[in-house]
Design a binder for this molecule. Structure first.
Ligand code: ADP
Ligand code: MG
Length: 766
């Protein structure tokens, strides 16, 4: 057994800062890390974005042996491995999608005890052979991610996860840690029992997500409301959930026709299509996805800035998990729910089809809770946390429509009296739709049937549109002035409060804001737009846009999603604090030593160039902002210190693309190549991605280094690839060539081939 003394605080904090680039732990991370160092089993429930990966990655770095990570989706493992590698962790995966070369390389690294993290899928534990091989290695501990997949009670049950109960039996001396964001106690118990965890260290983090803003708005004219919302979130990435495939497609088409860059996603699409959409989303190529709830699990994209529910979710748990996909990076993000009572009927039809009475009642109860959440007038955060058994004690959360809009009330006693009197005169036996028809003087069959056109209240609300009256009614419900005894069959009844208002003993106040309502009277779609006032720290949008471009460029060369290069939070901090030199940049959130070495100089160059061109803006920001506090223990960077960028700009311009800190990394690749290593071996040895190594080769070649084509291609293959490039003219663009090959050429090989084709073409032209 390990003892905690082996890992002192100094080591832990310095790893946190030098590898991950973080100044402090998020809640519970440190206690979990320490439990792992003590050799204990761990069971941790932390919300999405809580930072579960770090809990096992940090110990994996320091402990002897490999940490075996079980993760449910092979399709997303590459992202996880790339993200770890970009932080400089030695990570690899063994699954069916990797090349034989890479598999060999990972095998070698494992045997030589050089790997820190091995990502695998659960079904591996069905293989005796795999288990026996694993036993020959030093395994530091197991980390089971998305552990709720082992429970049939959970919503993501995967039979493959059942094989994981073998781990404790087969590896009795190795600690097992399990992580999930699923909160129900039933699932939690189930996980512990099925995995056979031994007196585990238990952690249950708060489910509060302080950077998420919750808002509920009446669904009136959804299409227009969505467009208004998206217009306000230009350039940002987000998810719009709809509750049927048909609606997903309709909404995606509608938005596309208005020029928004959106893609649909639902379970009816082919695996390949779904994968493509997921990837485009991760890589910021398609910022907005319209999806059913089939979309989201395992997508670690950290810069999702909004999640919209365009239909009522069927329960609070689902709503919470889906909204939770916003703002993992800790930066502000918005969660908007469009609530329309028409959705209730649709849910009820599904619920009524549930055969087992017990299950049906549970589903009904959950739907009721969801409706109450949407229509109530209390802090949304308090209500959500209450659902998870947590109390939130602050008076004003400053992060939901109720708390923020509280200031903006207006008196509406007379409209309220009109509504209440309509309810009274119809014997408290109708729902909102009919009452609005009465108030606005509609001529419907129901009105004629009940002779409601003779009521004194008929048409007294003609001067206002229908949606205004819906808003008044909803506000009256929220303030419990009218009651609905059964949320699933909403007949409106008067309470004592209602009588006080009817008798003019009390006034009625309601929220003024009608966010995202198309303004009908002016014939145009405007909305009263309110930016949530909570914790939004300003940053220079101009610089941010520049940095984002650079990030995309790096992401493209490395073939990883941009948020893996640097999170939004990191770029926001750069555009807030304007770091001008190495030391300042290292204080920015998320700039660990590895990322610093790979990208630091280029980011500094962009910032410095921006500063020189925009001295006024720079001064304003530099004067206003102080760099965030340094890490708890000051850490000397183990890297040789690089020239400061301000002095760099005075150096004579180097003509070769091999200037800057990157040259040594290119040369290292070159050296290994000349030792006869294959690309896959270099990938594993250097713990970089294939895309990075290929980009090194590109740079080396551009700078005139000789790279032998024979290492990569037999002449016939290169000739074939040349044909595909030719099919699209002599442009040497990748996409047309890959498309022309009809699946026989992938992007990486095309890029590799282009290095040599470029040369031969320029030779041809001479
Ligand atoms: P989870 O798996 O719990 O949903 P992740 O492990 O994906 O969360 O982490 C979410 C985000 O939080 C990532 O972008 C990660 O880099 C960031 N993060 C993790 N730990 C910290 C920390 N101590 N300080 C700042 N950011 C952190
Ligand atoms: Mg995770």
């Amino acid at each position: 057994m390990l003892s905690v003394q082996n890992y002192n605080s100094e080591q832990i904090y310095s790893t946190l800062s030098s590898i991950f680039g973080f100044h402090s732990f998020r809640p519970h991370q440190e206690e979990i890390v320490r439990a792992i160092f003590q050799g204990r089993d761990v069971f941790a429930v932390m919300p999405t974005g809580g930072g579960k990966s770090l809990c096992y990655q940090l110990p994996a770095r320091l402990m002897e042996g490999v940490c075996v990570v079980v993760s449910p989706l092979i399709s997303l493992m590459k992202d996880q491995v790339d993200a770890a590698r970009i932080n400089g962790l030695r990570a690899g995966t063994l699954n069916s999608t990797i090349s034989a070369d890479e598999r060999n390389a990972v095998g070698v690294a494992l045997r030589q005890n050089r790997l820190e993290l091995l990502y695998i899928s659960p079904e591996r534990f069905n293989s005796e052979y795999f288990i026996e091989r694993l036993k020959t290695l030093k395994v530091a501990f197991f980390a089971i991610d998305e552990a709720h997949c082992i429970s049939e009670w959970g919503h993501d049950f995967r039979p493959d996860y059942l094989a994981l109960s073998k781990i404790v039996r087969e590896f009795p001396d190795v600690p097992v840690t399990a992580f999930t964001a699923t909160a129900t106690p039933q699932v939690a118990d189930d996980i512990i029992v099925r995995l056979g965890l031994r007196n585990p260290h238990l952690t249950r983090a708060s489910f509060n997500r302080p950077n998420l803003f919750y808002r509920v708005t009446m669904k009136q004219e959804l299409d227009a409301q969505l467009r208004t919302f998206l217009a306000r979130h230009q350039g940002e990435s987000g998810i719009i959930y709809r509750n049927s495939r048909k609606k997903v497609e309709a909404t995606a088409e509608m938005l596309q026709s208005y020029g928004f860059s959106v893609q649909p996603y639902h379970a009816g699409m082919s695996d390949a299509d779904r994968h493509a959409v997921q990837e485009a989303f991760s890589k910021d190529e398609c910022p907005i996805i319209v999806a059913t709830i089939a979309f989201g699990m395992g997508i670690d994209k950290s810069n999702v800035r909004f999640v919209v529910h365009a239909d009522l979710p069927k329960n609070i748990e689902g709503y919470y998990q889906e909204t939770g996909r916003a703002g993992r990076d800790g930066e502000p993000a918005e969660c908007l729910l469009f609530f329309g009572r028409q959705d209730i009927a649709q849910h009820l039809r599904f619920v009524d089809e549930i055969e087992e009475e017990y299950a049906r009642n549970i589903a009904k109860g959950q739907l009721r809770q969801m409706i109450r959440f949407a229509e109530q007038n209390d802090c949304r955060r308090v209500a959500l946390l209450q659902y998870f058994g947590e109390t939130f004690s602050e008076q004003n959360c400053n992060g939901c429509d109720i708390c923020v809009d509280f200031q903006q009330q207006e008196e509406a006693t007379i409209p309220a009296q009109k509504v209440l009197s309509a309810i009274y005169r119809t014997n408290e036996s109708f729902g909102a739709i009919h009452l609005v028809d009465i108030l606005t003087g509609a001529n419907t069959e129901k009105i004629r049937q009940f002779r409601h056109e003779r009521l004194p209240t008929y048409g007294v609300g003609k001067d206002k549109p229908k949606h205004y009256w819906r808003t008044v009614i909803d506000a009256l419900i929220a303030q419990k002035i009218i009651s609905i005894e059964e949320p699933l069959r909403p007949i409106l009844k008067l309470t004592d409060e209602a009588w006080s208002i009817l008798r003019c003993r009390k006034t009625f106040m309601m929220r003024k804001s009608l966010e995202y309502y198309p303004n009908k009277t002016k014939g145009q779609q405007t909305a009263s737009i309110k930016i949530p006032s909570y914790e939004v720290q300003p940053f220079s949008e101009h610089l941010f846009a520049k940095l984002r471009e650079l990030r995309t460029e790096f992401a493209r060369t490395e073939n990883v999603p941009p948020y893996i290069v640097f999170s939004d939070r990191t770029l926001h901090e750069m555009s807030r604090y304007f770091p001008r030199n190495t030391e300042e940049l290292r204080q920015i959130h998320g700039v660990g030593q590895h990322k610093f070495a790979a990208y630091g100089q280029q980011f500094l160059e962009v910032i410095n160039e921006f500063c020189e061109q925009n001295p006024d803006e720079t001064n304003t920001w530099r004067n206003r902002q102080q760099l965030p506090s340094s890490p708890k223990t000051s850490v000397k960077s183990p890297l040789p210190s690089l020239p400061q960028s301000s002095s760099l700009s005075k150096l004579p311009e180097l003509s070769s693309p091999l200037r800057s800190s990157q040259s040594s990394t290119f040369l290292e690749t070159y050296r290994l190549l000349h030792q006869g290593k294959t690309i896959d071996e270099i990938v594993t040895e250097r713990q970089l991605t294939r895309g990075t190594i290929i980009s090194h080769l590109e740079k080396l070649s551009e700078s005139g280094m000789e790279i032998s084509v024979d290492l990569f291609f037999v002449p016939e293959r290169l000739a074939q690839i040349r044909q595909w490039f030719r099919a699209s003219g002599e442009t040497l663009f990748l996409k047309p060539a890959v498309e022309a090959s009809e699946g026989k050429l992938d992007y990486e090989e095309a890029r590799l081939a282009r290095i040599f084709l470029r040369k031969s073409i320029s030779v041809d032209q001479q």
